[in-house]
Design a protein around this ligand. Sequence first.
Ligand code: SAH
Length: 210
Amino acid sequence: MRKDRLIESLRNYVSERVVEAVSRVPRELFVPEELRAMAYEDRPLPIGYGQTISAPHMVAIMCDLLDLHEGMKVLEVGGGCGYHAAVMAELVGPSGQVYSVERIPELVEMARRNLESAGYRNVSMILGDGTLGYKEQAPYDRISVAASAPDIPEPLKEQLRPGGRMVIPVGSYSQDLLVVTKNHEIRVERAMGVIFVPLIGEYGFKDAFW
Ligand code: SAH
Protein backbone atom coordinates (compact mmCIF):
# COMPACT_ATOMS: atom_id res chain seq x y z
CA MET A 1 0.00 0.00 0.00
CA ARG A 2 1.23 3.51 -0.69
CA LYS A 3 1.77 5.73 2.33
CA ASP A 4 -0.77 8.34 1.21
CA ARG A 5 -3.49 5.69 0.88
CA LEU A 6 -2.80 4.40 4.37
CA ILE A 7 -2.88 7.93 5.80
CA GLU A 8 -6.14 8.63 4.00
CA SER A 9 -7.72 5.49 5.48
CA LEU A 10 -6.72 6.53 9.02
CA ARG A 11 -8.96 9.58 8.67
CA ASN A 12 -11.89 7.15 9.16
CA TYR A 13 -10.73 6.30 12.66
CA VAL A 14 -8.97 9.19 14.36
CA SER A 15 -8.51 12.96 14.70
CA GLU A 16 -6.51 14.93 12.14
CA ARG A 17 -3.80 15.67 14.71
CA VAL A 18 -3.11 11.94 15.13
CA VAL A 19 -3.27 11.32 11.36
CA GLU A 20 -0.61 13.98 10.87
CA ALA A 21 1.60 12.52 13.61
CA VAL A 22 1.43 9.07 11.96
CA SER A 23 2.19 10.59 8.58
CA ARG A 24 5.40 12.18 9.93
CA VAL A 25 6.86 8.88 11.19
CA PRO A 26 8.81 6.83 8.59
CA ARG A 27 7.46 3.33 9.45
CA GLU A 28 9.88 1.79 6.93
CA LEU A 29 12.72 2.61 9.34
CA PHE A 30 11.04 0.57 12.12
CA VAL A 31 10.24 -2.69 10.30
CA PRO A 32 12.84 -5.37 9.45
CA GLU A 33 14.66 -4.59 6.20
CA GLU A 34 13.18 -7.57 4.32
CA LEU A 35 9.64 -6.29 5.10
CA ARG A 36 10.18 -2.68 4.05
CA ALA A 37 8.00 -3.08 0.97
CA MET A 38 5.11 -3.80 3.38
CA ALA A 39 5.80 -0.90 5.74
CA TYR A 40 2.61 0.95 4.75
CA GLU A 41 0.28 -2.05 4.81
CA ASP A 42 -2.22 -1.48 7.61
CA ARG A 43 -1.32 -4.64 9.50
CA PRO A 44 1.00 -5.86 12.23
CA LEU A 45 4.36 -7.23 11.05
CA PRO A 46 6.86 -9.54 12.78
CA ILE A 47 9.86 -7.78 14.34
CA GLY A 48 11.60 -10.94 15.63
CA TYR A 49 11.69 -12.64 19.07
CA GLY A 50 8.04 -13.66 18.60
CA GLN A 51 6.88 -10.02 18.76
CA THR A 52 5.12 -7.69 16.32
CA ILE A 53 4.92 -4.02 15.37
CA SER A 54 1.25 -3.03 15.79
CA ALA A 55 -0.86 -2.12 12.76
CA PRO A 56 -0.84 1.63 12.02
CA HIS A 57 -4.60 1.98 12.65
CA MET A 58 -4.18 0.38 16.10
CA VAL A 59 -1.33 2.76 17.01
CA ALA A 60 -3.46 5.67 15.75
CA ILE A 61 -6.56 4.57 17.71
CA MET A 62 -4.56 4.11 20.92
CA CYS A 63 -2.95 7.54 20.52
CA ASP A 64 -6.35 9.09 19.86
CA LEU A 65 -7.92 7.44 22.94
CA LEU A 66 -4.94 8.57 25.02
CA ASP A 67 -5.56 12.23 24.11
CA LEU A 68 -1.90 13.27 23.99
CA HIS A 69 -0.88 16.94 24.18
CA GLU A 70 2.33 18.94 23.78
CA GLY A 71 4.66 18.73 26.75
CA MET A 72 3.24 15.55 28.30
CA LYS A 73 5.32 12.88 30.03
CA VAL A 74 4.32 9.45 28.75
CA LEU A 75 5.17 5.92 29.85
CA GLU A 76 4.97 3.18 27.23
CA VAL A 77 5.02 -0.47 28.30
CA GLY A 78 6.14 -2.79 25.50
CA GLY A 79 8.35 -0.61 23.32
CA GLY A 80 9.03 -3.28 20.67
CA CYS A 81 10.72 -1.67 17.67
CA GLY A 82 9.99 1.88 18.86
CA TYR A 83 7.38 2.79 16.23
CA HIS A 84 4.46 3.52 18.56
CA ALA A 85 6.79 5.52 20.81
CA ALA A 86 7.81 7.63 17.80
CA VAL A 87 4.18 8.46 16.99
CA MET A 88 3.61 9.47 20.62
CA ALA A 89 6.83 11.52 20.54
CA GLU A 90 5.37 13.47 17.59
CA LEU A 91 2.20 14.15 19.61
CA VAL A 92 3.92 15.36 22.81
CA GLY A 93 6.46 17.38 20.81
CA PRO A 94 10.01 18.37 21.78
CA SER A 95 8.85 19.70 25.18
CA GLY A 96 7.35 16.29 26.03
CA GLN A 97 9.06 13.00 26.78
CA VAL A 98 8.29 9.32 26.18
CA TYR A 99 9.80 6.65 28.46
CA SER A 100 9.40 3.24 26.86
CA VAL A 101 10.05 0.01 28.77
CA GLU A 102 10.75 -3.21 26.85
CA ARG A 103 11.68 -6.59 28.37
CA ILE A 104 13.65 -8.08 25.44
CA PRO A 105 17.21 -6.64 25.33
CA GLU A 106 17.63 -7.12 21.56
CA LEU A 107 14.43 -5.15 20.92
CA VAL A 108 15.59 -2.32 23.19
CA GLU A 109 18.74 -2.10 21.07
CA MET A 110 16.76 -2.30 17.83
CA ALA A 111 14.34 0.41 18.99
CA ARG A 112 17.21 2.70 20.01
CA ARG A 113 18.79 2.32 16.55
CA ASN A 114 15.46 2.87 14.79
CA LEU A 115 14.59 5.96 16.84
CA GLU A 116 18.03 7.43 16.27
CA SER A 117 17.92 6.88 12.52
CA ALA A 118 14.49 8.52 12.40
CA GLY A 119 15.78 11.44 14.48
CA TYR A 120 13.72 11.10 17.70
CA ARG A 121 15.46 12.58 20.73
CA ASN A 122 12.55 12.68 23.16
CA VAL A 123 12.16 8.90 23.57
CA SER A 124 14.14 6.93 26.17
CA MET A 125 14.17 3.15 25.77
CA ILE A 126 14.51 1.29 29.05
CA LEU A 127 15.20 -2.43 29.52
CA GLY A 128 12.97 -3.96 32.18
CA ASP A 129 9.64 -5.38 33.30
CA GLY A 130 7.13 -2.69 32.42
CA THR A 131 4.39 -4.24 34.59
CA LEU A 132 6.32 -2.54 37.40
CA GLY A 133 6.12 0.77 35.53
CA TYR A 134 9.20 2.98 35.69
CA LYS A 135 9.32 4.58 39.11
CA GLU A 136 12.29 6.80 38.33
CA GLN A 137 10.21 9.22 36.24
CA ALA A 138 6.74 8.75 37.78
CA PRO A 139 4.10 10.13 37.85
CA TYR A 140 3.04 10.10 34.20
CA ASP A 141 0.40 12.14 32.40
CA ARG A 142 -0.32 9.18 30.15
CA ILE A 143 0.48 5.45 30.06
CA SER A 144 0.21 3.34 26.90
CA VAL A 145 0.47 -0.44 27.20
CA ALA A 146 1.18 -2.38 23.97
CA ALA A 147 0.80 -5.95 25.27
CA SER A 148 -2.23 -7.66 26.82
CA ALA A 149 -2.36 -7.99 30.62
CA PRO A 150 -4.36 -10.38 32.82
CA ASP A 151 -5.52 -7.31 34.75
CA ILE A 152 -4.49 -3.65 35.07
CA PRO A 153 -1.12 -3.79 36.91
CA GLU A 154 -1.29 -2.01 40.29
CA PRO A 155 2.07 -0.18 39.84
CA LEU A 156 0.75 1.41 36.61
CA LYS A 157 -2.35 2.72 38.41
CA GLU A 158 -0.10 4.16 41.10
CA GLN A 159 2.31 5.81 38.65
CA LEU A 160 -0.48 7.59 36.76
CA ARG A 161 -0.84 11.26 37.72
CA PRO A 162 -4.25 12.34 39.11
CA GLY A 163 -6.17 13.50 36.03
CA GLY A 164 -4.09 11.07 33.97
CA ARG A 165 -5.17 8.45 31.48
CA MET A 166 -3.99 4.99 30.42
CA VAL A 167 -4.85 2.68 27.50
CA ILE A 168 -4.28 -1.02 28.07
CA PRO A 169 -5.42 -4.27 26.43
CA VAL A 170 -6.64 -6.83 28.98
CA GLY A 171 -7.37 -10.51 28.41
CA SER A 172 -5.82 -13.59 26.81
CA TYR A 173 -7.78 -15.28 24.00
CA SER A 174 -10.42 -12.59 24.15
CA GLN A 175 -9.02 -9.11 24.81
CA ASP A 176 -10.54 -5.69 25.45
CA LEU A 177 -8.80 -2.36 24.96
CA LEU A 178 -9.51 -0.40 28.15
CA VAL A 179 -9.31 3.33 28.77
CA VAL A 180 -8.45 4.03 32.39
CA THR A 181 -8.84 7.49 33.91
CA LYS A 182 -7.62 8.43 37.34
CA ASN A 183 -9.29 11.17 39.36
CA HIS A 184 -10.58 10.66 42.90
CA GLU A 185 -11.12 7.12 41.78
CA ILE A 186 -10.03 4.88 38.90
CA ARG A 187 -12.60 4.67 36.09
CA VAL A 188 -12.42 1.98 33.41
CA GLU A 189 -14.18 2.03 30.03
CA ARG A 190 -14.02 -0.58 27.29
CA ALA A 191 -13.16 0.86 23.86
CA MET A 192 -13.08 -2.21 21.59
CA GLY A 193 -11.94 -5.81 21.13
CA VAL A 194 -8.28 -6.23 20.15
CA ILE A 195 -5.47 -8.77 19.67
CA PHE A 196 -2.08 -8.17 21.29
CA VAL A 197 0.92 -10.27 22.32
CA PRO A 198 0.98 -11.09 26.07
CA LEU A 199 2.34 -8.76 28.71
CA ILE A 200 4.79 -10.99 30.55
CA GLY A 201 6.06 -10.01 33.97
CA GLU A 202 5.49 -9.75 37.69
CA TYR A 203 2.04 -8.12 37.31
CA GLY A 204 1.44 -9.71 33.91
CA PHE A 205 1.18 -13.23 32.54
CA LYS A 206 3.85 -15.70 33.65
CA ASP A 207 4.28 -17.06 30.12
CA ALA A 208 3.01 -16.62 26.55
CA PHE A 209 -0.63 -17.71 26.19
CA TRP A 210 -0.18 -18.98 22.64
N1 SAH B 1 4.73 -0.63 20.62
C1 SAH B 1 5.39 -1.65 19.86
C2 SAH B 1 4.59 -2.93 19.84
C3 SAH B 1 5.38 -4.03 20.43
S1 SAH B 1 4.54 -5.53 20.73
C4 SAH B 1 5.79 -1.20 18.47
O1 SAH B 1 5.45 -0.11 18.06
O2 SAH B 1 6.50 -1.95 17.81
C5 SAH B 1 4.58 -5.59 22.49
C6 SAH B 1 5.94 -5.60 23.15
O3 SAH B 1 5.72 -5.74 24.55
C7 SAH B 1 6.86 -6.75 22.75
O4 SAH B 1 8.04 -6.22 22.21
C8 SAH B 1 7.13 -7.47 24.07
O5 SAH B 1 8.46 -7.96 24.20
C9 SAH B 1 6.85 -6.38 25.08
N2 SAH B 1 6.55 -6.82 26.45
C10 SAH B 1 5.81 -7.86 26.88
N3 SAH B 1 5.76 -7.89 28.22
C11 SAH B 1 6.49 -6.83 28.66
C12 SAH B 1 6.84 -6.30 29.96
N4 SAH B 1 6.41 -6.86 31.09
N5 SAH B 1 7.59 -5.19 30.03
C13 SAH B 1 8.05 -4.59 28.89
N6 SAH B 1 7.77 -5.03 27.65
C14 SAH B 1 7.00 -6.13 27.54
